[in-house]
Ligand binder design. Structure first.
Ligand SMILES: Nc1nc2c(ncn2[C@@H]2O[C@H](COP(=O)(O)OP(=O)(O)OP(=O)(O)O)[C@@H](O)[C@H]2O)c(=O)[nH]1
Ligand SMILES: [Mg+2]
Length: 351
């Protein structure tokens, strides 16, 4: 199981102080106390959203403080309330209080919102303390401090994208170039023995979660090599990247491509039918440009989107990531329930 973790500090805004003041007006001798109360500090809320799928953004931004309340003023004017702060977390985030180990909240639906740090109460101004025996109190209250908590956020990562290909195709190298994941990379087959995930930061709080799994070989569905059991780790991904070594070290890229598609189909029709982008790898070690052209023609003939990259030089990586993001966006849009057309809605209301 892959868990993304982040520790954050949340702090409600301090309450504003009350104030000591007296009415001073023409023709009103010895005006009474008029110090207003301080405003309440803002609170911090966590809110779940579908627009995030990792906790990566908290690494840059671990502290969240709500606005403080303003101090009271004369003429019994209350200080302004501090603004609340809403911090967005992905659906699936489990929040615990670090100090007590207590579960704070388990976000399971989008749009859930919970208060995690209350703002401090505003202090009372001297006007509030006037009594029949003390009509001119010269004291006020300070605002209370906002609540402060250290929270641990945990999220089970679900990969958006799965990498498949023969051993040595360059899967681990690709994930290490585009994410902080540091899998073992070597020039022998089956370097990767266990699946792992990398989180790709696409900027603008957008992230991609990519799963790197051990290479497949001919007969994997019958147990050859490491077998095909690792494919279950990509069963829930939305998109596959099928990596094919195009360099001088591979004999026949098209045959390599077909080997993997056969193994995917033997494992499960559903996995084989997943949306796919083909990635020709190691273009820096390509000797014969015609080889890449031929491979691209083959992909085109099969109706497959194809990108050529070199993880060694970085060539083509950006274009690939953008294409992945575009495809994911399109897949997500097609999964969303279609809005009910106005006509149908009327009909269902009338029925
Ligand atoms: N020249 C060059 N070599 C690359 C490139 N990408 C990967 N390699 C090399 O290819 C070999 C295999 O790379 P890996 O990333 O370990 O391949 P893999 O697909 O993860 O392999 P398995 O884990 O065994 O399935 C390593 O020696 C890498 O250095 C590239 O863009 N250019
Ligand atoms: Mg590997």
């Amino acid at each position: 199981m892959f868990i993304d973790r982040a520790k954050i500090l949340v702090r409600g805004g301090d309450g504003g102080n009350g104030v000591t003041a007296f009415r001073r007006e023409k023709f009103v001798p010895r005006g009474g106390p008029s110090g207003g109360d301080g405003g309440r500090g803002g609170s911090v809320y966590l809110e779940s959203t579908e627009g995030l799928n990792t906790l990566l953004h908290f690494r840059y931004n671990p502290e969240h403080r709500a606005d403080r309340g303003r101090h009271g003023e004369g003429s019994k004017r209350q200080g302004q309330t501090g603004e609340d702060l809403t911090v967005r977390v992905p659906v699936g985030t489990v929040v615990t209080d670090e100090a007590t180990g207590e579960l704070v909240y388990d976000f399971t639906q989008p749009g859930e919102r919970v208060k995690v740090a209350a703002g401090g109460r505003g202090g009372r101004g001297n006007a509030q303390f006037a009594t029949s025996t003390n009509r001119a109190p010269r004291y006020h209250q300070e605002g209370r401090a906002g609540e402060e908590r250290h929270l641990l956020l945990e999220l089970k990562l679900i990969a958006d994208v799965g990498l498949v290909g023969l051993p040595n195709a360059g899967k681990s190298t690709l994930i290490s170039r585009v994410s902080a994941a540091r899998p073992k990379i070597a020039d022998y087959p089956f370097t990767t023995l266990e699946p792992h995930l990398g989180v790709v930061d696409m900027g603008d709080y957008k992230t991609l979660v990519v799963a790197d799994i051990p290479g497949l070989i001919e007969g994997a569905h019958e147990g050859a090599g490491l077998g095909d059991r690792f494919l279950r780790h990509i069963e829930r991904t939305k998109l596959l990247l099928h990596l094919v070594d195009i360099s001088v070290w591979s004999k026949d890229p098209i045959a390599d491509y077909r080997t993997i598609t056969r193994e995917l189909a033997a494992y499960s029709g559903e996995v084989a039918a997943k949306p796919k982008i083909v990635v020709a790898t190691k273009t820096d070690a390509l000797e014969d440009a015609e080889r890449l052209d031929e491979f691209k023609r083959f992909c085109k003939g099969e109706g497959l989107e194809c990108f050529a990259i070199s993880a060694a030089t970085g060539e083509g990586l950006k274009e690939l990531l953008y294409a992945v993001e575009r495809r994911l966006e399109a897949i997500r849009a097609s999964e969303r329930p279609a809005p009910i057309a106005a006509g149908n809605l009327m009909q269902s209301v009338l029925q």
